[in-house]
Structures are given as C-alpha cells and as structure tokens.
Design a protein around this ligand. Sequence first.
Ligand SMILES: [Zn+2]
Ligand SMILES: [Zn+2]
Length: 178
Amino acid sequence: MNALKFYLSTSKYVMQANFADRDSWSELYRYLPYLRQALSCCVCRNIVKNPMGPSHKVCQHFVCKECVEKPMTIKPQCSWCKKRESFEESTQLRMVVSCFKKICEYVMSSPIGTDLQEQAHNGETNSLVTILEEGVDFEDDYQSPPVIPNYNAFPGSNIHSRATSRIRNRFKGQTYEK
Ligand SMILES: [Zn+2]
Ligand SMILES: [Zn+2]
C-alpha cells in the first residue's frame, strides 16, 4: 500500500466534496480508512510516529522509531522486512502523516465533520469519527524545513523573463516606420 497515493486521492476527494451534497462525500468516506490503514505502524497499529522502513521500499511496511525492535503484528510475516537493523527513517512518510493530520482537522471543522459527529452522538458507531479524531489528536514534533523562496529553483519560473526576451528579440533590429 502506498500511503502517498492514498493521501493524494483522499485530498482530491476532500477538494471535490460539496458540503451541500452528501452523496459527494462517499469517495472521501471510502478513501479515508485506506489512508489511515496505510499510515499504520506494523508493530503497534497506531499512526506511525517517526516512521522507519526498509530502504528498498518494496513492501511499504513502516514502524515507529520506538517500535523498531519489537515484533511486527502483520501476518504472514514479511520477508522483505527481516533486516530491521537496515531500516531507515522515512521523511516522506512523516510528511504524509502530518498532511493526514491536516486533512483530519479540515474535515472535522467542515460540515462533514459536524454531520459525522451528530451521527456518532446519536449512538451510531462511526469509525470515520474515530479515524478523524485520532488524526486530529496525533502529535509529532516534526518541523518541516523552513521555506526560503527561491524562485529560480522552480522550472518555468523564468517564463516571464523568457517571454520578455522573446518579445525583445522580435523587435530587435526593427525600425518603426512613422
Ligand atoms: Zn508503533
Ligand atoms: Zn515488509
């Protein structure tokens, strides 16, 4: 399971959700549990904290840094994950986890969250509320690297200057007739 893929799909369905139309929330409801599942620690089953995984990334199994020496709870056991000492930290997954938290906060504060909480309040068991609350409550001291805008780093950022020089070149050597 690829957490990043599930994250991208879930974000898409969050964006597409029309608050006035419950039917438009169904894909979000379907994908949120997949995303949560993809972010599970293979030892403690909680949202993976300081994720570590095999460097080959073949199996997409991750464990919390704290859980790295404990036995995995996945069955059957994964042959790709045998060498736990070669596990390395996954900054990418850690970022996906912090984005998942953001999605949960957003959905919970939207009419979708209000609706789900009302259902839960009326005694209906709602695993989505559990997932969202877990996401909102998730704490990580992850600090994303400071963003220093460097416009030259983005491909296409020189579009403006390219266009300007193209226009300049077009008129180069031309004399205007009066
Ligand atoms: Zn864990
Ligand atoms: Zn594995």
